[in-house]
Design a binder for this molecule. Structure first.
Ligand code: ADP
Ligand code: ASP
Ligand code: MG
Length: 411
């Protein structure tokens, strides 16, 4: 008999049939003797629709009202889910984030959890009731409803699994686990049985949407066992653990990310203090800088390129332009049409040649590499956005990721 936190994403509870199927699954788990805590996202694309509605109604969108609006999606889903469970003779009760004991800071649209007091959830479990908790929400220290941000329901589930001491946190979604690349892009992508937190964190930091990065960090910090699996086939999925598989694959996955833009500050003098001045100003303007590349200087001048989220590019350009005279920059060039393609693999630490094979593969496709960055277990290349999907497919094939790790040839 296990205590399981089961979280269902938007597609998994998109319509009445889906809600009934999830309720059937919960009833089956209960008959097997497990205790279940449910966490649900808003149905289907409802969060996007609520955001669109807000855009249509007003230009000023106070965070407090936005959070009240968006969390309504999860609140509706958890009430419907509790009703479907009742229908099957499973006692259930819905809870908002506040009722479930989630206390947060006051950062609307991106609230951080300060404390969880899950007394009502524990009481429900003691009484044999299935608690159904609205994901991605809590109540702030100012007693206002707060939203954790996009993908926050994964965080709700992991946090609850930790405070309740659950045996596992199951994240149910529309694919059967974590794949070697996005299966929507490359149909030959393989589901991994096991992946380490380190590799999964690199994947989520470079574009893999599942599970939300914040929830993976939380699970690693608190040692919560994560199981990413299908809400459609119910087959076993991917387990996320501290160690990962015994025999590390050289390359485990390919990811891509189109959420960032590139900026180049060209012709700056190569002397101490220039980068410091530029990046301090960007930080003060709350610009979230990611990859940074500085060229070797020729004749005492150099170029600095970096990536920022699309929506921060305008601020980044304005900030850099306001400094151009002071730091002696000749040109500032923004570029929205880029993508970052990354290879992730714990085994690349001990296997030379991964970078060479990556660059050869891109070159054979005629794809130009504009920036490169690495970590111990990742290599990322910035390419034209139009080339990204072709790059992902070619790399997936070159590293034979469609095969079981033990059947791949060495690169
Ligand atoms: P949910 O709404 O269930 O929380 P998301 O829609 O945010 O889940 O993410 C699931 C989607 O992530 C899948 O449909 C899949 O297409 C996409 N995806 C991208 N890369 C991967 C990957 N490497 N492994 C699994 N899914 C991936
Ligand atoms: N419904 C929210 C979103 O779409 C929260 C979540 O599903 O995690 O981002
Ligand atoms: Mg989703």
């Amino acid at each position: 008999m296990a205590l399981l936190v089961q979280k269902f994403g938007g597609t998994s509870v998109a319509d009445p049939d889906r809600i009934r199927e999830v309720a059937d699954h919960v009833a089956r788990c209960r008959r097997r003797g497990d205790s279940i805590v449910l966490v649900v996202s808003a149905m289907g694309k409802e969060t996007d629709e609520l955001l669109r509605l807000a855009d249509a109604v007003a230009r000023t969108k106070p965070g407090r009202e936005m959070d009240m609006l968006i969390t309504g999606g999860e609140r509706k889903a958890c009430a419907l889910m509790a009703m479907a469970l009742h229908d099957r003779g499973v006692p259930a009760a819905s809870f908002t984030g506040s009722q479930a004991g989630f206390r947060t800071d006051t950062a609307h649209m991106n609230a951080k959890i300060l404390e969880i007091t899950p007394g009502r959830i524990r009481d429900a479990l003691d009484e044999g009731i299935v608690p159904v908790v609205g994901g991605s929400q809590g109540v702030s220290t100012a007693n206002d409803v707060t939203f954790f941000g996009r993908g926050g329901s994964d965080t709700t589930a992991v946090a609850l699994a930790h405070v309740l001491g659950a045996d596992a946190c199951e994240l149910y979604t529309d694919v059967s686990g974590v794949f070697t690349t996005d299966p929507r892009l490359v149909p030959e992508a393989r589901r991994m049985d096991l992946i380490s937190f380190d590799e999964l964190l690199e994947m989520t930091a470079t574009g893999c949407p599942k599970p939300a990065m914040r929830s993976v960090e939380l699970a690693r910090n608190y040692g919560v066992k994560l199981h990413v699996r299908s809400a459609f086939t119910w087959e076993p999925g991917t387990w996320v653990t501290e160690e990962g598989p015994m025999e590390q694959a050289i390359v485990s996955a390919v990811t891509h990310d189109t959420s960032e833009a590139k900026m180049t500050v060209a012709g700056v003098p190569d002397r101490p203090g220039v980068a410091a001045r530029l990046f301090r100003a960007l930080a003060d303007a709350d610009v979230n800088v990611d990859m940074i590349v500085q060229n070797v200087s020729t004749h005492g001048v150099t170029d600095i390129s970096f990536t920022v989220p699309h929506e921060q590019l305008e601020v980044a350009v304005a900030t850099s332009e306001s400094l151009a005279d002071e730091i002696g920059a000749e040109a500032i060039t923004p570029d929205h049409d880029i993508a970052r393609v990354s290879l992730i693999g714990a085994g690349m630490q001990t296997n030379p040649g991964v970078a060479a094979t990556m660059f050869e593969t891109l070159s054979a496709q005629g794809i130009n590499i504009e920036m490169i960055s690495t970590s111990a277990i990742r290599i990322s290349c910035v390419v034209r956005e139009d080339d990204a999907e072709r790059a992902v497919a070619a790399l997936h094939e070159a590293f034979e990721l469609h095969k079981a790790p033990e059947e791949r040839s060495k690169v």
